[in-house]
Design a binder for this molecule. Structure first.
Ligand code: FAD
Length: 667
């Protein structure tokens, strides 16, 4: 048995999961009461897992750094969640969702996991409806759907532009029921700083109480890492400010392999960067591409005039606009996958057609949709020959009902009314497909340590399709992990409580304390943010939307130097043993400075382009990503060996048995 045993069950694709559930070991209800599980992270993945595990009878401890599980980053999710219910009767099926996801990920994900994801997707919607999640409904009362990128059906369930918030309220209320029953002990404002292994198995964590500064030991029979993604290593991103890689990275340092670290998603529709002092970027949901049309001026002189404020976009004639996605990808149009749309925007802006002051923005225009909806509404309301103002007003009302909160958010940030003038958008870092390597059971390479949601690498290959992160997080938490973890825990029914006074806990706590003390004793030359911004710039310039060998080599060198400087000179104010947000940030940035280097090393090693990983040296004559299936059809799983430069690569071959590997085309 190799180290990277994916444990994909044998048998036909569509039977694998059912067969597996029938065959794996179970823990009986009485024994579950004797088993403790730690869940790090209470976003949609961790929250749903914790609630389900506790409902099954396990004793669960949850950890999050926010003051409530309800405030996890998942709350920000806007556009929706996919499921192959085929409510629209437009030809959807489990197979199609599976196929779209594999193709969307540019053939770099594991078939069996993705098929299972599609198979359980419908259950997620039923579960959430039962919890009272207020999904949007059609006039007749049935659940409504819309489309997201990279697909030709409407399978996305949504709750206005607040889908994540509503789903999280569902998961959180399920958690609360268990907290009230005493089956979940919820540790908020706690940060996991290390994983504790006993006899090679994950048996607990070291956490810091962020309010008191105290270091705590917590033991369990298994540990689940559900700590989200690491896109904040770019400094500017659409992530919440606190999102970090610490839990996953510290687990990696204890032996869990880290997979495909360079697979990052750069989302095409974000509010462009406005200046040096910004610390956060805002997403305009992909759902907007259902109705918004993306364009730039056809002529360079028009683009220049717009940038200089001499011409308004609304003044530009239809024939002078380049709807470049519709032109290049007629079949999918504005709903091509994110990696494709992002690169196309960058290409136009690099060629000089950008429309904001910095030249790094394209338009997302709702005028056509407003007219179309308004005309239809006037017709169905019996208004004969409506004047343009009436059509506009009726159309705007429909757009407001669909996307009102997103439009309001845009207006508040940009101070322009997107009902009257097109939005300006540009790509920004949004999601990390890479993460802890897990097998079919969602177990990492450390026995007893599992990883779910965005923290693992599992289902999205080199590019995640829109509305698939919520689906994966909730599939993992509600429907996969609660079964698979029992298979492992069935060996632990006689183990008894795991003591926290063992040498392993002593060692881990000492390790954590040493690291904190080292952070506190920097010479104090530069703030933590100074280093974070510098790292972000290296990442964006050299490891961002396009990469090449020369820049990646430079990035590796520069990050290693920056890390050295950080440990010598960082300034962390305050005390170690009390509330200290600078210390929290410093710990997170220290880890970003390590994963950043591994990220660049991974991107350098992968001599092909696939999905969001675009190596300039490997592209088609039309500028599309050029895969190399013969040499790179694998998951790159890195083993920690000290410095990132020494990390050892293991390869999991992605045997494609059910889907034919084709050149990915959205034309
Ligand atoms: C603006 C925005 C909009 C989005 N819209 C959509 C959408 O419409 N559809 C879709 O499918 N996806 C969307 N996504 C992506 C999706 O929201 C995320 O991928 C998903 O919610 C991640 O869920 P998670 O449970 O894995 O992690 P998170 O929600 O990030 O939760 C992480 C949890 O881990 C905890 N944690 C982290 N580190 C530690 C530590 N060291 N110790 C203790 N606790 C820790 C945090 O406190 C938190 O509870 C969107 C993302 C953004 C940014």
């Amino acid at each position: 048995m190799g180290i990277l045993e994916s444990k994909v069950p044998k048998g036909p694709l569509a039977d694998k999961w059912t067969q597996h559930k029938n065959e794996i070991d179970l823990v009986n209800p009485a024994n579950k009461r004797n088993i403790d599980i730690i869940v790090v992270g209470t976003g949609l993945a961790g929250g749903s897992a914790a609630a389900t595990l506790a409902e099954l009878g396990y004793n669960v401890k949850t950890f999050c750094y926010q003051d409530s599980p309800r405030r996890a980053h998942s709350i920000a999710a806007q556009g929706g969640i996919n499921a192959s219910k085929n409510y629209q009767g437009d030809g959807d099926s489990d197979y199609r969702l599976f196929y779209d996801t594999i193709k969307g990920g540019d053939y770099r994900s594991r078939e069996a996991n993705v098929y299972r994801l599609a198979e359980v997707s419908g259950n997620i919607i039923d579960q959430c409806v039962a919890q009272g999640v207020p999904f949007a409904r059609e006039y007749g009362g049935l659940l409504d759907n819309r489309s997201f990128g990279g697909v030709l059906v409407s399978r996305t369930f949504y709750a206005k532009g607040q889908t994540g918030q509503q789903l999280l309220l569902g998961a959180y209320s399920a958690m609360n029921r268990q907290i009230q029953r005493g089956k979940i002990k919820s540790y908020t404002r706690h940060e996991m700083l290390d994983l504790v292994k006993v006899d090679g198995k994950a048996r607990g964590i070291i956490a810091r109480n962020l309010v008191t500064g105290e270091i705590e030991r917590h033991s369990a029979h298994a540990v689940v890492i559900a700590s989200g993604g690491y896109g904040n290593l770019f400094f500017l991103s659409t992530y919440c400010m606190g999102a970090n890689v610490m839990a996953a990275w510290r687990t990696h340092r204890r032996g869990a392999f880290f997979a495909n670290p360079c697979f990052t998603q750069i989302h095409p529709t974000c509010i462009p960067v406005s200046g040096e002092h910004q610390s956060k970027l805002t997403l305009m949901s992909e759902s907007l591409r259902n109705d918004g049309r993306i364009w730039v001026p056809k002529k360079l002189e028009d683009a220049k005039a717009i940038r200089e404020g001499k011409l308004k976009p609304t003044e530009l004639k239809e024939e002078d606009r380049d709807y470049y996605l519709e032109r290049r990808y007629p079949a999918f149009g504005n709903l091509v996958p994110r990696d494709v749309a992002s690169r196309a925007a960058k290409e136009r802006c690099d060629a000089g057609y950008g429309v904001n002051k910095t030249g790094e923005a394209v338009y997302l225009d709702f005028a056509a949709a407003i007219k179309r909806y308004g005309t239809e509404k006037a017709y169905t309301s019996g208004i004969k020959d409506p004047d343009p103002d009436t059509v506009r007003q009726l159309g705007e009302e429909i757009i407001e009902a669909k996307y009102g909160n997103l439009f309001q958010m845009y207006e508040k940030i940009v101070d322009q009314n997107p009902y009257k003038t097109p939005m300006m958008i540009y790509p920004a870092v949004h999601y990390t497909m890479g993460g802890l390597w897990v097998d079919y059971n969602l177990q990492t390479t450390v026995p007893g340590c599992y990883s779910i949601g965005e923290a693992n690498f599992s289902d999205h290959g080199a590019n995640r399709l829109g509305a698939s992160a919520l689906m994966q997080g909730l599939a993992d938490g509600y429907f996969v992990l609660p079964y698979t973890i029992g298979d492992y825990l069935s060996d632990d029914i006689r183990t008894g409580k795991i003591p926290t006074d063992s040498p392993e806990f002593d060692e881990a706590e000492k390790h954590v304390m040493d690291r904190i003390n080292k952070l506190m004793s920097g010479k104090g030359l530069h703030s933590v943010d100074y280093y974070h911004k510098k790292l972000g710039k290296i990442m964006w310039d050299k490891c961002g939307m396009s990469r090449n060998e020369k820049d990646l080599k430079k990035a590796i060198k520069e990050i290693a130097e920056l890390r050295k400087d950080f440990w010598e000179n960082v300034k962390v104010t305050g005390e170690a043993n009390s509330k200290n947000q600078e210390l929290e940030k410093a710990g997170r940035v220290a880890d970003f400075l390590e994963i950043g280097e591994l990220f660049a090393k991974d991107a350098l090693e992968r001599n092909e382009s696939c999905g969001g990983h675009f190596r300039e040296e490997y592209q088609t004559p039309e500028g599309e990503a050029l895969r190399d299936d013969e040499n790179y059809k694998y998951v790159a799983a890195w083993e920690y060996k000290g410095e990132p430069k020494d990390a050892k690569l293991h390869k999991e071959d992605l045997a494609y048995e059910y889907i034919e590997l084709k050149t990915r085309s959205y034309k």
